[in-house]
Design a protein around this ligand. Sequence first.
Ligand SMILES: Nc1ncnc2c1ncn2[C@@H]1O[C@H](COP(=O)(O)OP(=O)(O)OP(=O)(O)O)[C@@H](O)[C@H]1O
Ligand SMILES: [Mg+2]
Length: 269
Amino acid sequence: MNEQIKSQKPESAPIIEMKDIEKHFGNIIALAGVSFDVRPGECHCLLGDNGAGKSTFIKTMSGVHKPTKGTVTLDGKEMHFASTRDAMEAGIATVFQDLAMIPLMSVTRNFFMGREPTKGWGPFRRFDIEMANEVTMEEMRKMGINLRGPDQAVGTLSGGERQTVAIARAVYFGAKVLILDEPTSALGVRQTSNVLATIDRVRKQGVGVVFISHNVRHALAVGDRFTVLNRGQTLGTAKRGEITASELQDLMAGGQELADLEGSLGGTV
Ligand SMILES: Nc1ncnc2c1ncn2[C@@H]1O[C@H](COP(=O)(O)OP(=O)(O)OP(=O)(O)O)[C@@H](O)[C@H]1O
Ligand SMILES: [Mg+2]
């Protein structure tokens, strides 16, 4: 059995299970009953065109939105996240496209932002920079990035390296489920392949990855399963090897093309 097949672990129970999730914003039905689960050590890709509901869906997963209907189960227990902090404490980390990093600050400072380790006690308590530097260098090295030094500013890293800092940070702080919202959409070919390699590393550590993308090729390069969203509904989930790039592309495009046609024909289709 090769490495790839072993990493799929089709038999393991899901870490997180979203069932029949609906999200309404007033009259707008952004999600109309979406089910999706993530198993340890897999990369489950969520694909769909603009406005399909991808971001809304992961926001119900990460505690930003409460679902109008449906259930979220983590390790077999039903959850009602009140906030993103709640979801993070339960082990669901999201890396958003803007990454929430400060370019002029060092990689270490960004890595530990808001969670600085301290040493000493009482009035002598202070940021343990040595420890933070060591951890940052080591965690980045594990992800295949050799920093010039821990004080290197995040702004001097490439886009792909910055994504990797955000991913390494989430994993270091205990993510069981890592949600990546379009991590490759702004990257060139080489940086994309670095980020895909990072996803593969994280998956091999047993983290369940949700990879959101518009790009079928990026998804197919790293995904174990693929779910396509279209206007708030799932068009089903396929396993690696069960679906081709052109089939995925058709699923993603189909609904939209129909909508365009409806529009241009005055809603008669
Ligand atoms: N807070 C909100 N209030 C009202 N409507 C919303 C809200 N958030 C999302 N929507 C609507 O829900 C639908 C799905 O949007 P969503 O952002 O989830 O799509 P997406 O698949 O992430 O698209 P993209 O690829 O462009 O990021 C859209 O019609 C959008 O206008
Ligand atoms: Mg979105």
